[in-house]
Write a protein that binds this ligand. Structure first.
Ligand SMILES: [Zn+2]
Length: 397
């Protein structure tokens, strides 16, 4: 699918152990000139692949456009000496070194704000914070122009990847910083935001969340879906050609968005309720409806969403549980409507797929479950980019 001549990968398989992943870290001093991607292999939780399968996985992984639709950044200190994504940073599951090591071509980094009170002062504060987080993400390509570039469109992604660098995209997790001024949607668009997750945990001015926040006085349902302002936000995002993200929103909100949106929608990081009944996961009807609208569900790796924890401290999900959700999503929504949104650095990560350096493991697991090269290319980025293109086109871009 990718007619891109990339630097030769140096692919080496490493041993695995049942107890954990063996990960020699990449040198922090690696530069673009020395970007021989060292895809590493740690098949924790999967059966050890034979050499043929591993070679096939490497070939497919190299050829595919690998995009993760949801990664967090921890806060405004991101891309400062306190939290540098340009090195193999032990505090980050996604940084430029791990992306290169795992052959990850592009990532949506999230401008995340937790839900708070809805009054003019709180809106002013959260808006200011969102601008700072946006600036933090925009620092990355400015600091490392030889290794990455900000992508504003699927064409940008392809051009940047072709140049041997990584594409950095911006998503906004929670529409709270839009406040009550619809013009802010366009303002964020012009600052590079390409999707907005309408809510986080807690209802907001746009819609109901799947997880109400009792401490904010949330009732089970407040708007019973989209608010009148939320309906305007959806229309405005359609007009701008911006992707609408329904991860975190209530079923009633999802229903309203599907009815109202003229463009396909995404769930940037969600799982399947049929595999594990968690409020953050989508049921089969929702998966089908999302697919019928041309959208895509990006399967998440947050252990608490994948499997019932043994205890509060012990999340015991593995890459196989992640694959169970992915398989189910494909079975119900179809192969053209499923992708991957890890939520690394926001709670995501399971043994076998704990950071971007381990991305080849997912391709191995997909092969082991019988997916073809075409299927894998769709799952790893093809579907998401198709939806993004469609959303842009409908927005006249
Ligand atoms: Zn989230």
């Amino acid at each position: 699918m990718k007619t891109i001549r990339r630097r030769a990968f140096l692919l080496q398989a490493l041993g695995t152990s049942a107890a954990g992943v063996l990960w020699p870290l990449c040198p922090a001093t690696r530069t673009a000139a020395d970007e021989s991607h060292s895809l590493k292999m740690a098949a924790t939780g999967t059966s050890t692949p034979d050499a043929d399968l591993l070679n096939q996985a490497r070939r497919i992984h190299q050829a595919a456009l690998i995009v993760d639709s949801h990664v967090d950044i921890f806060g405004t200190q991101y891309a400062t000496p306190q939290l540098d994504p340009g090195v193999d940073n032990p505090d980050l599951r996604c940084d430029l070194v791990k992306m290169a090591a795992g052959g990850v071509d592009g990532v949506f980094l999230a401008v995340y704000t937790g839900q708070g009170p809805r009054n003019s002062e709180a809106y002013r504060e959260v808006h200011a914070k969102a601008l700072k987080l946006l600036e933090a993400i925009r620092r990355v390509p400015r600091q490392y122009p030889d290794r990455c570039e900000r992508a504003l469109s699927p064409d940008d992604v392809e051009r940047i990847v072709k140049s041997g660098r990584r594409a950095i995209m911006i998503g906004m997790e929670n529409g709270y910083p839009i406040g009550t001024d619809l013009a802010n949607v366009e303002k964020f668009y012009h600052l590079g935001v390409r999707y907005i997750t309408l809510s986080h945990n807690g209802h907001n001015q746009i819609c109901d969340s799947c997880i109400p926040k009792a401490e904010l006085g949330d009732k089970a349902g407040e708007h019973n879906g989209l608010s009148p302002f939320g309906r305007q936000v959806v229309a405005e995002m359609n007009r701008l050609g911006m992707m609408i993200d329904v991860s975190h929103v209530a079923s009633t909100s999802l229903r309203d968005v599907l009815a109202l949106s003229k463009a396909p929608i995404i769930a940037s990081h969600s799982g399947c309720k049929a595999i594990y009944s968690h409020p953050r996961n989508l049921d089969d009807d929702e998966l089908r409806a999302l697919a019928a609208g041309g959208g895509v569900v990006q399967v998440v790796t947050v252990p608490e969403f994948l499997k019932k924890p043994v205890s509060e401290e012990t999340a015991d999900a593995t890459i196989e549980d992640f694959m169970d959700h992915l398989d189910h999503a494909v079975k119900v929504a179809g192969i053209d409507h499923v992708g991957i949104g890890s939520d690394f650095d926001g709670g995501g990560g399971v043994p076998g797929f704990n950071n971007h350096a381990e991305s080849l493991d997912v391709t191995v697991a997909l092969l082991q479950r019988g997916y073809s090269q075409t299927d894998i290319e769709k799952i790893w980025g093809g579907n998401l980019l198709r939806v993004w293109r469609e959303v842009q086109k409908l927005g006249g871009r």
